[in-house]
Design a protein around this ligand. Sequence first.
Ligand SMILES: C[S@@+](CC[C@H](N)C(=O)[O-])C[C@H]1O[C@@H](n2cnc3c(N)ncnc32)[C@H](O)[C@@H]1O
Length: 529
Amino acid sequence: MVGGGACAVCREAATQCCSGCRAVFYCGRDHQRQHWKSHRLHCLPHRVAHDPRLGRHLLATRDIKAGEVVAQEAPVVLGPKVVTRPVCVGCLVRVSETDWHACSGCGWPLCGPECEGAAAHTAECRLMRDKGFRANLAFTPGKKEAAFCAIVPLRCLLLKERDPAKYQSLMAMESHLNERRKTSLYSVYKHNIVGFIRNVLQLTQFDEETILTIAAILDTNCFEIRKGGSKARGVYPTAALMAHDCTPNTKHVFKGSDFTIKIIATSPIKKGDIISTSYTQALWGTIARRAHLKMSKCFDCVCRRCADPTEFGTYIGAISCSKCKSSGNGILDPDNESKMISTDPLDPAAPWKCESCEHTIPGRQMAWGNDAMKQELDAVDVSRPEALENFVEKYISALHPKNSFIVQAKYALSQIYGNGAGYELPELPEHLLNRKIELCHELLELADALSPGMSTFRGLLLYDLQAAMVVQAKRDFENDKITKQNAQDIMGDAMKLLQEASEILRQDPDMTDELQSKMTNLAKELELD
Ligand SMILES: C[S@@+](CC[C@H](N)C(=O)[O-])C[C@H]1O[C@@H](n2cnc3c(N)ncnc32)[C@H](O)[C@@H]1O
């Protein structure tokens, strides 16, 4: 029981609350029973808890099944990311760098005149017009821009008058401003965000501290939104309370034009368990994930995956042991699978040691090596499969086939083969079709360990794999390589994968139509004329 409120039925002062959500109060059992019929539709299975390490977080108030909706809410504020390719400030869809509509009121990019009156944009547009400010922007094709960084902080500040309750709920969020203030990013924010709001728009009623606090609240709490052609960020007060875990038990999707977030359990969550999300990338090794979480969210992750030097047996952060690979006479043994792992993954300074010999590497050296590999992979043109294949070939022996950098390149390849322009499944040559299937199997094995259950990552891989299997089976049958029975067996297996993928992805609005038509087509193809 937390605090008190008004009884949901009679509005009298009440101290008993619903044990499911703890958000609704009752004066007694009769009114609680009476209210249950309507409340059960809204009673979500979480409550807010607090602990010294996590701060506020969400706990399950009952057992939750995989696939169940845990929470759903509209954003309190929405807008472009800090650094982004140009987007429409009305509906947040990507716009072409060279062909966009300048808002007649303030000059900011819109996708077209129809977004001139977009609700998200009207208040700031009026303000800029009143202040005589007009944005004069030019964008370079393919380049991300920092010009949009002040839009969301401005929208937050404008809430103070337009919707004080929302402003208060925003200002109550964690900011980590003291840690962030010392960073070079916040020196840039002082110039770009504080300068724009206080000097350009003359909103001098907001001091530097308030503006930077808002920027820090956004950096700590925003969800990155990717939906259809839109890329944006938004604050969702309940969803933002979810703690991070590198193997989270939820995923989220965004629905509708208001980008409502829907949080869905990816694995069964027991009553009393922490409801978690991931603030980082599943395919990064522990060094990269922990450094990213420290820099972007100001904490040291100590989750089960981070604490396990093998990362659940995947060895995704490990590298091959160079001593075991070279047999002493200068000849490399490509089949030697000995790996170096951290002696204490929660301590970045701890040495790394081979599992089979006494060879060690200082922790700092591993961190530098990771930075160097990251730079090398970032420099690869990910739209060119040959460049990615060269990267894999160059490093697969020194790293190992399931090392994070190799796996990231393999994931990019699995996306291009079968989906990229010029690499669509029906036209894919046999060797690339085989490669696609091999990559999907390898990545699925990793997903089973690192993003298990109903994660979007697993769902998309299952979906991709079945599509490739169907094309391969049809081709092999047409070329008399397999019998009709063999082909139908493979298609039957593909149908099972598609059913699982559909179960996982059915809540994703971007996938619903495609899944339905795939199921219908595959059911027809099972006939094989
Ligand atoms: C999006 S907020 C979550 C809500 C926050 N705990 C609060 O009290 O407002 C993110 C912050 O929560 C804390 N946090 C979340 N997950 C954590 C974890 N696994 N370990 C330590 N701190 C965590 C960190 O302070 C992080 O910057």
